[in-house]
Design a protein around this ligand. Sequence first.
Ligand SMILES: [Zn+2]
Length: 406
Amino acid sequence: MATRRLYYDDAFQTEFTARVMYCEVLPPDLSAGITGKAWGLILDRTAFYPTSGGQPHDLGKIEEANVLDVRDQGDEIIHIVDRKPGDPEVKGCINWPRRFDHMQQHTGQHLLSAMFQERFGRPTVSFHLGAEASTIDLRGPEPAADILEGAERAANQIVFENRPVTVRYGTAEQLSSLGVRKEVDREGILRAIEIEAADLQPCGGTHVKSTGQIGLILVRRCTRIRQDWRLEFVCGGRAEKAARHDFQLLRETAEKLSCGPEEVVSAASRALAERDANFREIRALLERLANAEAGLTLQSAALGADGLRVVSRVFEDVPSEYLGFLGTAIAKTEKTVALLGMAGAGDLLFAQHASSGKEMNALLKQVVGKFGGKGGGTRDFARGKLADASQVESALALAREKLPSA
Ligand SMILES: [Zn+2]
């Protein structure tokens, strides 16, 4: 027996009485988030909207039972509830804030899709009403910023005019003659939603009574999704929340940058330019410091039996690029080898002057092969990273030991 859908006639009805037609215990359904015992309930009539057409189902209560899910099954609507009603006559009550939010987003979608189609020739090919934001997928070339803003402004203008939103019934042919936005080829009497002088669209969902109830429509971002463009938007209460949140972020950012909200972009650009200049300055200073340290270190480095000066050192807390500068600076002097490491990070850097005649890359590969890690380079310059940073001292000891034969 078909369930009478009370929301077809009055989407603002929140309470109703009904007769239980069918009730059966259901197995747990993890994919629907139903972990405990649940019953499937069919009533002779209901104000509960089932998941369909991109709009999520309602929540609420049927007597003492919580409604966990509402499913559309042909002519019948199944309510998934967490307890069995004791009486065949039941009273139902839907969660109104959730439903009204869905009605704002859903009616807003009708209006926004109509504006994209009418004014910019971009048809909507799908709609999703999400928990945070909703999306429509638009077909056609990428909508430029002026199109996104144009459709948003046109939709909001119709919101301000507070035009009636009404239900119309007719055959596909009749609706087509009235200029329906999306043609359907279903038989029988169809239900369509009309926004006065703006849109006519077949739909079985729930809608507000006039465009003013949608509230402000905000278009958020637009991203490519396969051959279409996915547009994120929020309406009404969600737009209010988004605007408040956006301004909060702006104000916090302005406080951090010690400027007014309107100066955030220029202040952030200045801060980034300063950061880049500081970065370049620090690099230049590190290089000068490395040259000076290389000179001092080489003065005190003993000459080995093979005529090589070997500098082997582990650093604790220098920027990792310092190893590169120092290795390069040391290796500028003939017959020198630098074996450097960074405790904490596990970095290794082996460098030599070409006249030293060793193989830095091969030496590094040997060391990381023994201790675990990765790295590589050339005959004169190689760098790597140990998997276990605490092994840096031991790794350098092995490198010194293997150097004569490298
Ligand atoms: Zn609709």
